[in-house]
Design a protein around this ligand. Sequence first.
Ligand SMILES: Cc1cc2nc3c(=O)[nH]c(=O)nc-3n(C[C@H](O)[C@H](O)[C@H](O)COP(=O)(O)OP(=O)(O)OC[C@H]3O[C@@H](n4cnc5c(N)ncnc54)[C@H](O)[C@@H]3O)c2cc1C
Length: 501
Amino acid sequence: MAIMHRIAIVGGGTAGWMTACLMAKAWPGAEISVIESPDIGIIGVGEGSTPSLKRFFRQLNIPDSEWMSACNATYKTNIEFIDWSPASGRHSYSHPFITQLDSFSERALYSNCFSRRMGIDVETRPEKFLFNAYLAAAARAPVTPANFPFRLEYGYHFDAFLLGQFLRKKATDAKVQHLQLTIAQVVQQPNGDLKELVSQDGQRISADLFVDCTGFGSLLMQKTLAVPFESFASNLFNDSALVIPTAALAELPVQTKATALSNGWAWQIPLQNRTGNGYVFSSAFINKDQAETELRRHLGLLNSDVQSRHLTMNVGQLKQHWYKNCLALGLAQGFIEPLEATALHLVQTAVEIFIDQYSLSAATPSQQSHYNQSISERFDKVRDYIVAHYKLNSRDDSDYWRANRANTDLSDSLLQILDCWYRKNDLDQEIKRQQLSSHFGTTSWHCLLSGYGVYPALAARPNGEPKYIDPFKEQQLEAFFSACLLNFMPQNELLNIYQGT
Ligand SMILES: Cc1cc2nc3c(=O)[nH]c(=O)nc-3n(C[C@H](O)[C@H](O)[C@H](O)COP(=O)(O)OP(=O)(O)OC[C@H]3O[C@@H](n4cnc5c(N)ncnc54)[C@H](O)[C@@H]3O)c2cc1C
């Protein structure tokens, strides 16, 4: 531990403060500072999470009632993908977070998807098989009653600015030092390690370990250490986003909506005090003004003067996430477009792995290389799942969608998954063989492939052929889940209790 006694985290966005909280908890003896520029703002988007954020707050012993009230947060059990695949004959499909309760139904989903791949007409809509989609349809909070015997998984929606402030307070309470300085110069040791940071007003901060959380600017890793960046632009075309908030919804949903538009997709994220909306698009296919007009039309805001905010996105990852005595986290280390809201999940996982490995002993080159490989693979796995959305949808209303579907720049791993599906082989075995479950497991892949209707035509079935046994119907899954639902209260009611109203 001695070599990392002093830790300087540069950047006070969500990544910087999450990192500070986790490191302060893991290493109470370390001197940790967060240096945040008063002049360079945070990106201020990133308002949806995966279930890993639940684990984050549990580690810090912070109850939902406390932080959710402070950050206008809502629960998230599901993402609903709307208008992505007209040819499937379905308006939308769901990708819920998988919970313990789904152990009753996952096999039925796999089995029916397999039958459907053989041309048999059975129920394959993912939202019919997975409990969190039922909660989403009913806008009920995923909080388990004391006597409910199964653990639920869920994520959240939250205000990124408020979450930053909340975590800053928690970190400074845990003795993390907060310095409001803009770093103008970074001084290196003769061996290339970072030595100290120099602020615009001449203050010098030295440390043993530096953490680059400076957002897309990547001040330490890219600008100072010249670590190369691997772009994902050849298979993830979206490079721009546009944000327009609207009023809060009366009944707060427990899901994110991702609606396909002409040249990308729009998110809808429900918060307690407002609704977050944005359009993620490719500037090669639509310009900013056209995108803004389209989003305003989608939101019914064509004649409104509500302010918009445009952002550009640098999609890809650093070739090394930990280099010399510097670790990069958050947008400074890379970014995959937010379709599955995985960015903070990757930040958290990376910090947890780093803490785990670095606690063992001082860093060796092989530890560093093992860490880099492990984080890179995680980025690749998430990227492949996102790429699959663009490859498998059936929209045909613009060059953007046609170019996405014609894209042949697919990883071997993704090609093998698709090959397995089309050849009617066992997808569960394939996901296990490739060890892909740490981010998107078998059930998630079934949601995606089935949700987009990646199936052959139905087979002709001779009269009198015995009826296929459909485990969805046999096990009466819909009735079972609907009965389970009675245990859960509407999200609005629970949030009112949290707020003490
Ligand atoms: C359109 C869009 C949608 C997104 N949606 C999601 C989502 O739903 N879920 C999700 O998990 N993630 C999402 N993300 C990603 C998410 O926004 C980020 O991962 C998250 O906000 C963390 O950002 P950050 O802390 O890395 O960077 P930032 O928020 O940009 O913070 C950078 C910090 O560095 C500081 N800084 C920079 N330069 C200096 C300097 N010279 N000196 C001192 N300080 C400096 C700044 O002051 C700031 O505090 C989305 C991103 C985009 C672009």
